[in-house]
Ligand binder design. Sequence first.
Ligand code: ZN
Length: 338
Amino acid sequence: MSPADRERYSRQILFPGIGEQGQTRLLASHVVIVGCGALGSFHAEALARAGVGRLTVVDRDYVEPSNLQRQWLFDESDAAASLPKAVAAEKALARVNSGVAVTGVVADLNPSNVDELLAAADLVLDGTDNFETRYLMNDYCVSRRLPWIYGAAVGSYGLTMPILPGTGPCFRCVYPEPPPGLQPSCETAGVLGSITAAVAAIQVACALKWIATGALEARITTLNLWDGGVRQVDAPARDPDCPACGKGEFPYLNGERTAPISLCGRNAVHIHERHRPLDLHALKLKLSPLGEVRANEFGLRFFCQPYEMTIFPDGRAIVKGTTDPGLARSLYARFIGA
Ligand SMILES: [Zn+2]
C-alpha cells in the first residue's frame, strides 16, 4: 500500500476489524452496485470513500428533481441536465476519490447483460426498487456463488439481508415468489432520506466486512426510524426445496419469467424489451415537428401531452403519464417505431 493510501485510509486501518490487511483487500476488490437511487448512490459514495478499488454502477434512469431529497450523490445541475444517474454518479465519484476506478453503465439489468455486468464482481449491492431485478440478481448470484446484499426501504421502514450462496439462505428461500399486487413504493407511499441512508449504511458495513475478512453473518435487520424499532434476527435456515439454491432452477436468469414491460411504481411505464441502438439525432429531427424535444448525448425527451417519453440510445424508453403498458407500447410504436 502506498504511503498516501495508508494516510488516506488511516482511520479505517486503525479499526481492528479491517486493519491494513483488510484495507489491502478493499483496494483490490470490485463491487457492482445495481440501481443508483437512494440506496445505490449512498453505496457508491461510501464505498468510494472506503477505498474499494473498482466500482461499477448500473442504473437505467435519469436524475429528476424529486430524487434530490435522498439521493446523496446528485445535485440540481444533474437534474436540470437530465443526466443518467450512472453518468452523474461516475462524475461525482471521480471528485470523491480519484483513486477508485468507477464505471457508470446506463442500462437495465436483464438476462442478456447480467453476465457481462456482474461476472467480474467480488460482491453485488442491491440498490434496486423492484422484485423483478432482485430475482434476476439472486438467480445469477446463486448460480455463480457470488454474495449480494439485499436492501429495501419505503416510508420510514427498511430491511437488509446479506445473501451468501453456499452458506446462508438465498433470496428465494425467504421470498419464494414475488408478492402479489402492487407493492407500496417510494413514489406512492413516500420515503424518508434517513431510512434509505440507514439501510444503505448497513449494506455497506456488510460489504466491507465480507471483503475485508471473508466472513459475514446472514442476519436480517429491520428498522423503523419513525415509529421506533430496530431488530436483528438470524436469517432462516436454507430451504432444501428452494427452486434457486436447492434445485438449481434459474427461471429469471433464463429469461423465462421476466416481464417485457414493468411499471416503475409511479405513473409511468418502462419499455425495456427493445434492445437495438437508436440514432437519437435522427429521432430528434423526426419528432421535433410533433412536440417539444430535448436531447443530450445520453437520451432524448419528447413531450406529447399529456405524455412524456424519455428515450435512451439502447432503445429503452420511459413513458410518463400512464400506467397502461398497452398504451405505452402503442405510443412507442407510433413515435419511435415498432
Ligand atoms: Zn434459496
